[in-house]
Design a protein around this ligand. Structure first.
Ligand code: GAR
Length: 200
């Protein structure tokens, strides 16, 4: 029976390596949760492929498919409700989640960001841009942050954060790989923490 498990939607736009790490960790750690939906702004990407291979429902939803922004957000909320989603995990979702969707999931939506927020966050700070900015600023350490999502980019309360060293010969790509490896352990730990918080 899966009825007592927390039902998770992951929102992705790319490779989905965090999604894959979460999927594996839920099994390995035997967390009382299940990823039941992968929502993406891209019809085809690593994340959507992984979902299909693992019999997880997919939803390709973009603003362009709708006559208005309101219709777009309503469709997103409708799809989430159809799947009885309890928690949303943004995992490399490169779009701002509409406010109307955020307000439906207060305290129940997390994002992973590849830096030590509040540093190197905000609009335009995503993916490789973050690591380029970290190197340009001459930082000696960076990391990853899992935070609650609110209406402002990367501004919600921090749930968990872990540091990663910046090495003298790092390029944005080598740094991104080191941070991503950290994310793959951090996000499952953050999910576990959220599930524990919700129980208490
Ligand atoms: C991850 O590094 C994630 O933190 C970052 O995109 C990558 C997605 O990788 N997200 C952001 O920059 C959001 N601001 P993945 O698709 O392999 O999980």
């Amino acid at each position: 029976m899966t009825t007592n498990k927390t039902r998770i939607a992951v929102f992705c736009s790319g490779n989905g390596s965090n999604f894959k790490a979460l999927f594996q960790a839920i099994r390995n750690k035997q967390l009382p949760a299940e990823i039941v939906l992968c929502l993406s702004n891209r019809a085809q990407c690593g994340a959507m492929e992984f979902a299909e291979q693992n019999s997880i429902a997919t939803a390709h939803i973009t603003e362009k498919q709708f006559a208005s922004f309101d219709e777009f957000t309503l469709a997103m909320v409708k799809r989430l409700k159809e799947h009885h989603i309890d928690i949303i995990l943004l995992a490399g979702y490169m779009r701002k989640v509409p406010d109307a969707v955020v307000s439906e999931f207060p305290g129940k939506m997390l994002n992973i960001h590849p830096a030590l927020l509040p540093k190197f966050g905000g609009e335009g700070m995503y993916g490789i841009h973050v690591h380029t900015a970290v190197l340009e600023a001459g930082e000696t350490e960076t990391g990853a942050t899992v935070h609650f999502v609110n209406e402002e980019y990367d501004k919600g309360e921090i749930l968990l954060q872990r540091t990663v060293p910046v090495l003298p010969d790092d390029t944005p790509e080598t740094l991104a790989a080191r941070v991503l490896a950290c994310e793959h352990a951090l996000y499952p730990d953050a999910l576990e923490k959220l599930l524990t918080l919700q129980k208490s």
